[in-house]
Design a protein around this ligand. Structure first.
Ligand SMILES: C[S@@+](CC[C@H](N)C(=O)[O-])C[C@H]1O[C@@H](n2cnc3c(N)ncnc32)[C@H](O)[C@@H]1O
Length: 268
């Protein structure tokens, strides 16, 4: 763990955190023994599991480039934003248009402390503490900020976060609320673990749920498709994450190709 980085006093360091495990899999520095043990439980089942995190970051970059470049989006709400890493959403967006405004949202106090430290002087970004399980609370909080105008189109990013909601959290209802709160012309970006490659998905899901993290659901194509109900899917639709508008940096047929899917939908 980098000693220079903020660590809030009320964090339970005996428990693995999704954000720090993800950081470890991405090759970052913000993780503890408990996180590495949880990551190893995943790697024992699928040795290439770290590729899912890397592929997901790659999809996120391509998706944000599309949203800001081709779709002309100027406001982004990144829910479950994670620890700062190479190619942060504001960096990708600002490389296309420096005027884009971004709200980072997460429920992990460590993520929020890092983001606040990184973005303290950037007037085009804000950091919000909120939980995706209560999506109205996200939009209500953003409504009190001057940064975003929620009557104008926004892109909501749910990248690698919705699969950390359990079935009891009712992810379908959560995403339905998000869709309802979007103004016309807005976009929803989603990436999610996929139950397609049955044996590996099943084994990996068990390692996520019982190997120290306690969350990480693999859901079917039909379940993932339903999250876009009422939205127009942007080409090429809901596909394996690496098949979403791959570029020269995207592995064509990597070892975890069938374990996660991604798409972007537009509200008419
Ligand atoms: C795997 S990381 C994804 C980071 C980033 N979105 C990306 O795609 O690279 C998942 C993030 O979602 C956050 N998260 C998990 N459950 C959440 C919830 N219920 N509400 C808000 N954030 C949540 C975690 O704290 C973590 O930072």
């Amino acid at each position: 763990m980098d000693d220079q980085m903020p660590m809030p006093a009320d964090v339970d360091l005996s428990r693995a955190s999704i954000a720090r495990v993800y950081d470890y899999l991405l090759g970052g520095k913000e993780h503890l023994d408990v996180d590495r043990r949880a990551a190893d439980a995943l790697l024992n089942v699928v040795p290439e599991a770290a590729e899912i995190a890397k592929d997901n970051r790659s999809f996120l970059r391509r998706g944000v480039e599309y949203l800001v470049g081709e779709a002309g989006i100027r406001q982004i709400v990144d829910v479950g934003s994670g620890l700062p890493s190479a190619g942060n959403v504001h960096e990708v967006a600002h490389a296309v248009d420096p005027a884009v405004r971004i709200a980072y949202v997460d429920n992990d106090p460590v993520v929020l402390a890092h983001a606040r430290a990184l973005l303290a002087t950037d007037e085009r970004t804000t950091v919000v503490t909120a939980d995706l399980r209560t999506p109205d609370s996200i939009f209500d909080q953003l409504g009190t900020h001057d940064l975003l105008d929620l009557d104008e189109p926004v892109a909501v990013l749910l990248s690698g976060v919705l699969h950390h909601l359990s079935d009891d959290d009712d992810p379908s209802a959560v995403v339905a609320t998000v869709r309802d709160r979007l103004s016309p012309g807005s976009y929803l970006l989603l990436s999610h673990f996929l139950f397609d490659d049955e044996s590996r998905a099943f084994a990996l899901e068990r390692a996520f749920l019982h190997g120290g993290l306690g969350s990480g659901r693999f859901r079917s194509w039909d379940q993932l498709r339903s999250y876009f109900d009422g939205l127009q899917l942007v080409e090429p639709g809901l596909v394996y994450a690496n098949d979403w508008r791959p570029d020269e940096h995207t592995p064509v047929d990597g070892p975890v190709h069938t374990l996660h899917a991604a798409g972007i939908g537009r509200k008419a």
